[in-house]
Design a protein around this ligand. Structure first.
Ligand SMILES: Nc1ncnc2c1ncn2[C@@H]1O[C@H](COP(=O)(O)OP(=O)(O)O)[C@@H](O)[C@H]1O
Ligand SMILES: [Mg+2]
Length: 405
């Protein structure tokens, strides 16, 4: 239907504008343009059909109405002449008829409005139903206070589409610990985080917080204690201050600044013309990936969560800035349980526990010292990164190996 086509057009425009960089980077302009033209032509064909129908039925309706009036006047006029009808009655009848035309044509108009609305409702329902697919049964327990003890017990997770993303995952994060999760892309790191925040539920096994299945908690009360810096950063079209204070709109400027300082973005914000009142997001100042990540970190910190999750949150930063943030984070981390997903050994080295994933399974757990030379995936990554730093004067690979630990 027309509504469908208009929807397609709108989303094609939106996607292409938002993803213009990707389109350009992959040299897909011609393809995107021809795709757009195709939808445009389809709309043109439909609109033309509607115009043709209108051109045919419009005059037909007018003709029918005019014929009706002519008939009434002719037949009524005869009766007036015969004396069976008074002139007043004929005029009254004709007037009522004219009044009736409006509401009747309104019925037709309403029906076409209704059709449009049903088409639009289809698209809205599409969204509503998608959400329902991942809708989770909400628990009843209020999580008012948490020690931040997190435990995975034989957890498997299969997304709706496809094979298991996680298989038989068991590990524990004690209150106040820092747990690092490492592994190649697609190994299931973000999936673990999805489970803790309850964006998804385990297919098998369970996730416990303070020895209670997280499905028993009311999801909103659970999430109040979790500060998540997701892999994809997202900033709202709002001021930096509003973005950082997202969880606590009432936070003072000093609190916002404190979070920004820990996230190592305060100085940059102060260099902007309107400081913390600078508008960012799609319609605001353009920020780099690393700057967005740091604002997202500040946002999570301001929430003062018992459980802090950093999912690849420093990947867009240079090593130096990353190290600076982690130095700052260390003091913040003491009082909370921290999950950190990262690729640089330098970032995860000091974690209390390192969980190494591969293909949805845990292949190793332990501290840096246990894993660095254990010959597993972690030590492979370690030695690759070590050799990468050779030029900067780090210990050569072989030396690292022979020393052992
Ligand atoms: N929402 C989702 N729906 C379906 N499959 C998903 C979803 N999220 C992740 N996956 C799949 O699960 C696997 C693990 O993904 P993920 O946890 O994002 O890995 P990582 O964070 O380690 O890169 C991948 O094969 C990925 O394609
Ligand atoms: Mg991920």
């Amino acid at each position: 239907s027309l509504q469908n086509i208009i929807g397609k057009l709108t989303s094609a425009i939106q996607q292409n504008v938002m993803g213009i960089k990707v389109v350009k980077a992959f040299a897909r302009e011609d393809f995107e343009i021809s795709k757009f033209e195709e939808i445009g032509r389809e709309r043109f064909r439909l609109q033309l059909k509607i115009a043709k129908l209108g051109a045919f039925y419009g005059p037909l309706m007018d003709f029918a109405a005019a014929t009706g009036t002519t008939f009434v006047l002719w037949y009524g006029g005869m009766q007036v002449l015969n004396g069976t009808l008074t002139l007043g009655e004929l005029v009254a009848f004709n007037t009522y008829l004219t009044i009736l035309v409006g509401p009747v044509s309104l019925i037709g108009w309403t029906i076409s409005m209704l059709q449009n609305a049903i088409a639009a409702a289809d698209r809205i329902n599409e969204i509503l139903l998608t959400r329902q697919e991942t809708h989770l049964r909400d628990g009843k327990k209020e999580l008012n206070h948490t020690r931040g003890h997190v435990e995975f017990k034989h957890v498997s997770l299969a997304y709706k589409s496809g094979r298991n993303a996680l298989m038989d995952i068991s590990f524990e994060a004690l209150p106040g610990e820092m747990v690092a999760i490492m592994g190649p892309t697609g190994s299931g790191k973000s999936s673990i985080v999805n489970l803790i925040s309850r964006f998804y539920d385990a297919t098998e096994g369970k996730v416990l917080i303070d020895e209670t299945d997280i499905r028993d908690y009311r999801a909103a009360s659970l999430r109040r204690h979790i500060g998540l810096v997701a892999q994809e950063t997202f900033l709202f079209n709002a001021t930096i201050r509003e973005n950082i204070a997202f969880a606590h709109p009432g936070a003072t400027l000093a609190e916002v600044q404190n979070a920004a300082k820990i996230a190592n973005i305060h100085n940059y914000i102060m260099s902007l013309p309107e400081n913390y009142e600078t508008v960012v997001g799609e319609r605001g100042v353009n920020l780099s990936g690393g700057q967005k990540q740091r604002i997202s970190i500040a946002r999570a910190l301001l929430k003062d969560p018992a459980i802090l999750i950093l999912d690849d949150s420093t990947s867009a930063l240079d090593t130096e800035t990353e190290l600076m943030i982690h130095k700052e984070l260390k003091s913040v981390a003491k009082a909370r349980t921290v999950f950190i997903i990262a690729h640089r050994i330098s970032t995860v080295k000091h974690a209390d526990r390192i969980v190494v994933l591969d293909g949805g399974r845990i292949v190793e757990t332990g501290r840096h010292d246990d894993l660095a030379n254990a010959g597993g995936l972690y030590s492979q990554i370690y030695h690759i990164q070590l050799s990468g730093q050779d030029a900067e004067g780090a210990a050569p690979v072989m030396e690292g190996r022979t020393h052992g630990r």
